[in-house]
Write a protein that binds this ligand. Structure first.
Ligand code: ADP
Ligand code: ASP
Ligand code: MG
Length: 814
C-alpha cells in the first residue's frame, strides 16, 4: 500500500487532475493506493477571504463565493462531461451550505476560529469528492473517504493537535476493511473528539498523508507538488536553486520549519520513528527524480544542505542592566508569550544577559509587546529594563545541514558573503546542535541574501556580477561589445557570469534584472525611460542585486559626485572618469574610506594609461611593502600623438584637429594641451603611492601660447593654434636643433610632482615612444636603478574599454 499526497497546484485544474489520475492509475496496477488531496489551488485562500469580507459586512464576499462556485463547477464539467447530474447536485449542495455559512458570518459579523475551520474545510471536501467521482466515472476502482471521520483531534481550531490513539485505530480499521484500489482522502480536515470540524493548520494536507502513512506503516510516503523536490532554496526566489536528491529527516524538518513551504513542518514527525521515507515529486514532471527524505542521507558530507527563509518577522528586543537580577526573568517572559499563544521562532541572548531578542511573526508583535510590557511593568518603572523595542519588516534566513558542525568557517562565510553585499544582520541564532544557523535581516534584502548565499554555498564556483553602465559613447559602446563577446568565455573559464542590468546615456536609461539582451541593447536603450543620474542610482539601489557594479564611462563631474551614494549601498564603482580621484584630497580619501567601510571596491585603472596595468602594478608594489621613490612618465596619449606628428612640414592646428577626430583628446582639447589631464594622472599615481597631494601642488609649466591659455571657448582656442603657429614651430625647432624629441613628461620625485613639455635626448627611454603610447617608470626601493617600466598604447576606445573590463573582471575574482 502506498500513500500519495497531491497539493493545490496538482489538483488546480482539470488538466492537472487528469495528470494525477493517470499517476494513480499507474500506481494502482500493482498495489492499492491512498491518495490525499488538497483543495483546488488557491481555494483555501479564497474561502478565508470570503469569510473575512463577510465578517466585515462587505457584500463582496458573494463575488468571491461565485468565483469559488464557478471554479468547481467548471472542473466537474470538464472532467465528467456526460451524466454528471448526481455529481453536480452534490457539489451544488455543498456550495449552498457554504453560501449559507458565509451569509451567517455576514449577519452576525463574526468569524471565530471554529467557524473558520468549518469554512476552509469545504475546499478539501469538494476536491476529494470531485476527483473520486471522476475516477469512478472512468470505471476505476476508487472511493472517497472523509478524513474527518478518521483524523481526530483536540479542539484547538485552525491548528488542531492529533489524538493518535483514536486516529490510528480509525485509519487501520477503515483500511483493513476497504476493498477499493484507490482511496481518495481530503487532506487538512479533521474533527474534534466532540465532532466539531477542525483543521491541521495551513499546508496541513502533507500532515494528513504522513498520519495515514504512519498509522498503516506503509513503505513510503510521496508528496506530489509543483516543483521537482525539496530545493537547495526556494526556486521561486533563486533561479539557480536545484533539487536536493537526498536529505535527512532532521534537515528537512529544519528547512521546512524555517519556511521551505514545500513540506509542512509537522509532516516528518509521524513517519520519523518508523523510518518511512518521504519522496517529494512533481506532478507536472513525474519523471523527475525528486527528493528522498530519510535517514540514509545522514552520511552526506555536504555541510550546508539548504537555505530557507520566513518572511513577516518582527524582532522584539528587551534590554536593561537590571535584567540579570530579575528573578525568574526568562520563565516570566516565556510564560507571558505562551499565555498569549505567541510562537517564538528565534531567540538570541547576549552573553552579558543585558539583552534578549525574540523573533516572532509580525502579526503577533503588538500583542507580544503589550503583554511583555505589562508583565514587567514594575521593572520598567524602576528602569531595570527598558520598554520592549519592536522592529518589523524583517525576515529570517536559515542555513541548514546536519554536517555543518563538522566544518569550520561556515558562519564566517555566511557573514562575509552578506557583509560584502551590504546585508545588515539584525540578529543571529545558532542551534546547539549546529544543524542550523539563522540570521534576521531586512525583508527587502531577502532576495539578494538568498542569491548571495546560494552562490556561496551551492554554486561556489560561479560568481554573478550585475553591471550598471553609465555612458555608452565611444568607450562605453566598446565595453558593452567586449562584454557581449566574452561572456561565454568568462562563464566557462573564470566562472564569472556578467550581466549588464542597467545602461544609460545622457538621454535614456534601461534596466533588466535578468540581464539586458546585449544583441539588441541599442534598441532597448533607445526605447528606455528618460535618463537621470539620480534615477539611475535609485534603480540600482532598489534592484538591490548582489555584486552590483556601477561603471562610469563618462567624463562628467555630476556622475563622479554620485560615487559616495553607490559605495554606501555596497555597489562597487569602476571608472574611467578621472574627476573623482583627482578631486580634492579629502574627497579622494572619503571615497577610499567608504569603499573600505562598505566593502565596495573603487577601481579606476583606466584613469592612467588607459588599459595599461599601471595602477594595479603600483598597488601591488605598495601592498607587498615596496616604496616609491620617484615616477617618470609620459602619460598623455593625445599629447604624444600630437608631438609625434608635429614637425616643420605640418601645422600644429591640423595635428590637434586630427588627434581630436581620432578620439585621442578629451572633447575639450585644452584639458589635454594645458597639461591638466596629465597633472590629474600623476596626481592619482602620487596619491596611490601614499602621498597627500592636490592638483594645485603640481607644478605645471604650460607650453601653450599666452592667447591659447587665455581662450574662452574651444573654437577660440583652435583659432589661437592657427594664429600662434610660429610659437609652436619654435618649440619644434629648438628640440630638433638639440637632436631631441618633444615629450610631455610627468614627474613625481621626493614628494613633489610636475608636468611639462621636455626635450628628450636620443637614447632616453622616452625618445622612441611612438603614436599614442604611454610609458611609466617606477623607481622604488626594490627597483632603485633599473625602474619597473610599463609601456604601451595609452589611449583609444578599445584599450580603455578593455581596461574597464579588466577592472570588472577583477571584481569577479575577488
Ligand atoms: P502544494 O500546494 O503542492 O502543497 P506548496 O505551495 O505548499 O505546494 O509548496 C510548494 C512550493 O514551496 C513551491 O512552489 C515553492 O514555491 C515553495 N518552496 C519554498 N522553499 C522551497 C524549497 N526549498 N524547495 C522547494 N520548494 C520550495
Ligand atoms: N488547502 C490547505 C492550505 O492551502 C491545506 C494544504 O493545501 O495543504 O493551506
Ligand atoms: Mg503545501
Amino acid at each position: 500500500m502506498k500513500v500519495l499526497k497531491f497539493g493545490g497546484t496538482s489538483v488546480g485544474s482539470s488538466k492537472n487532475i487528469n495528470n494525477v489520475i493517470s499517476i494513480l492509475e499507474d500506481y494502482s496496477k500493482s498495489d492499492s493506493v491512498i491518495c490525499v488531496v488538497s483543495a483546488v489551488g488557491g481555494i483555501t485562500d479564497k474561502l478565508l477571504l470570503a469569510g473575512k469580507l463577510a465578517q466585515n459586512k462587505d457584500s463582496e464576499f458573494l463575488e468571491v463565493f461565485n468565483t469559488i462556485k464557478e471554479i468547481h463547477l467548471n472542473i466537474v464539467n470538464e472532467l465528467i462531461p456526460n451524466n454528471n447530474n448526481n455529481v453536480i447536485a452534490f457539489v451544488n449542495k455543498r456550495l449552498e451550505e457554504l453560501n449559507n455559512l458565509l451569509n451567517g458570518i455576514f449577519l452576525i459579523n463574526e468569524l471565530s476560529p471554529k467557524t473558520s475551520d468549518k469554512l476552509v474545510s469545504f475546499g478539501e471536501l469538494l476536491s476529494s469528492f470531485i476527483i473520486a467521482e471522476t475516477m469512478k466515472s472512468r470505471g476505476l476502482s476508487a472511493e472517497r473517504k472523509n478524513s474527518q471521520e478518521l483524523v481526530i483531534t483536540n479542539a484547538i481550531f485552525t491548528k488542531a493537535e492529533v489524538n493518535y490513539s483514536i486516529t490510528n485505530k480509525n485509519i487501520k480499521d477503515y483500511f483493513n476493511a476497504a476493498s477499493q484500489q484507490v482511496t481518495i482522502l481530503p487532506g487538512f480536515v479533521s474533527k474534534s473528539v466532540n465532532g466539531e470540524q477542525t483543521t491541521l493548520g495551513r499546508g496541513g494536507s502533507d500532515f494528513t498523508a504522513a498520519i495515514v502513512a504512519a498509522a498503516l506503516k506503509v513503505d513510503q510516503l510521496e508528496i506530489w507538488t509543483d516543483v521537482s523536490g525539496m530545493f537547495t532554496t526556494n526556486p521561486k526566489i533563486v533561479k539557480h536553486a536545484y533539487p536536493i536528491s537526498e536529505i535527512s529527516y532532521q534537515e528537512a524538518m529544519e528547512l521546512s520549519h524555517f519556511g521551505a513551504k514545500v513540506l509542512y513542518p509537522p509532516t516528518v514527525q509521524p513517519v520519523l520513528d518508523l523510518e518511512i521515507p518521504i519522496y517529494i515529486k512533481n506532478t507536472l514532471e513525474p519523471e523527475a527524480a525528486g527528493t528522498k527524505i530519510s535517514n540514509d542521507a545522514l552520511i552526506s558530507n555536504k555541510p550546508v544542505k539548504g537555505i530557507s527563509n520566513i518572511g513577516n518577522i518582527a524582532l522584539l528586543t528587551l534590554e536593561g542592566s537590571g535584567m540579570v537580577g530579575i528573578p525568574g526573568f526568562s520563565k516570566r517572559l516565556f510564560e507571558t508569550l505562551s499565555q498569549e499563544k505567541i510562537n517564538v521562532i528565534l531567540i538570541t541572548q547576549a552573553s552579558s544577559e543585558h539583552s534578549i531578542c525574540l523573533g516572532v511573526e509580525a502579526k503577533d508583535a503588538k500583542a507580544a509587546k503589550e503583554a511583555i510590557d505589562s508583565t514587567f511593568e514594575n521593572e520598567i518603572a524602576l528602569h531595570k529594563i527598558e520598554p520592549i523595542i519592536v522592529e518589523g519588516e524583517l525576515s529570517i534566513v536559515a542555513l541548514v545541514g546536519d554536517n555543518m558542525k563538522n566544518h569550520q568557517g561556515i558562519s564566517g562565510k555566511l557573514f562575509s558573503a552578506l557583509g560584502k553585499n551590504n546585508v545588515n544582520v539584525r540578529a543571529i541564532a545558532q542551534g546547539a546542535s549546529e544543524k542550523n544557523i539563522s540570521v534576521v535581516i531586512a525583508e527587502n534584502d531577502v532576495k539578494k541574501a538568498l542569491n548571495v548565499l546560494h552562490e556561496q554555498f551551492f554554486e561556489a564556483k560561479t560568481k554573478q556580477l550585475n553591471v550598471f553602465i553609465t555612458g555608452v559613447g565611444n568607450v562605453g559602446e566598446r565595453l558593452v561589445e567586449q562584454i557581449k563577446q566574452q561572456r561565454k568565455y568568462l562563464k566557462e573559464n573564470l566562472k564569472i557570469n556578467i550581466r549588464v542590468v542597467g545602461l544609460s546615456n545622457s538621454r535614456k536609461m534601461v534596466f533588466n534584472e535578468g540581464g539586458i539582451d546585449l544583441k539588441s541593447w541599442k534598441e532597448q536603450l533607445a526605447d528606455g525611460e528618460q535618463a537621470s543620474l539620480q534615477g539611475f542610482f535609485e534603480n540600482a539601489k532598489t534592484m538591490n542585486l548582489r555584486n552590483s557594479i556601477f561603471v562610469d564611462v563618462t567624463a562628467n563631474k555630476n556622475v563622479a559626485d554620485l560615487y559616495p551614494q553607490y559605495l554606501r549601498e555596497s555597489i562597487s564603482v569602476v571608472a574611467c572618469n578621472k574627476i573623482a580621484c583627482s578631486s580634492e584630497y579629502f574627497n579622494y580619501k572619503e571615497l577610499k574610506r567608504l569603499s573600505l567601510k562598505y566593502n565596495a571596491p573603487l577601481l579606476f585603472e583606466t584613469n592612467v594609461g588607459a588599459g595599461l596595468p599601471v595602477i594595479d602594478t603600483l598597488n601591488n608594489l605598495i601592498a607587498s611593502g615596496d616604496k616609491v621613490n620617484s615616477i617618470q612618465a609620459v602619460l598623455s596619449g593625445s599629447l604624444n600623438f600630437v608631438f609625434n606628428n608635429f614637425n616643420d612640414s605640418t601645422k600644429f592646428y591640423d595635428i590637434v584637429k586630427q588627434a581630436a577626430a581620432e578620439g585621442y583628446t578629451e572633447p575639450d582639447p585644452r584639458i589635454d594641451l594645458s597639461g591638466v589631464d596629465v597633472a590629474r594622472k600623476i596626481l592619482i599615481l602620487a596619491r596611490e603611492s601614499g602621498v597627500e597631494m592636490n592638483l594645485e601642488d603640481i607644478e605645471n609649466a604650460p607650453f601653450l601660447s599666452e592667447s591659447g591659455l587665455k581662450s574662452d571657448t574651444v573654437d577660440d582656442f583652435y583659432q589661437t593654434l592657427i594664429d600662434d603657429e610660429a610659437h609652436y614651430q619654435s618649440l619644434y625647432a629648438s628640440a630638433k636643433a638639440n637632436d631631441c624629441q618633444l615629450k610631455y613628461v610627468a614627474k613625481f620625485d621626493n614628494g613633489k610632482a610636475s608636468v611639462s613639455l621636455q626635450e628628450i635626448p636620443n637614447g632616453h627611454p622616452f625618445y622612441n615612444l611612438e603614436g599614442s603610447d604611454n610609458i611609466v617608470m617606477f623607481y622604488t626601493e626594490r627597483y632603485p636603478e633599473q625602474p619597473m617600466i610599463i609601456k604601451g598604447a595609452g589611449a583609444g576606445a578599445d584599450v580603455t574599454a578593455s581596461g574597464l573590463f579588466a577592472d570588472i573582471i577583477r571584481l569577479g575574482n575577488d
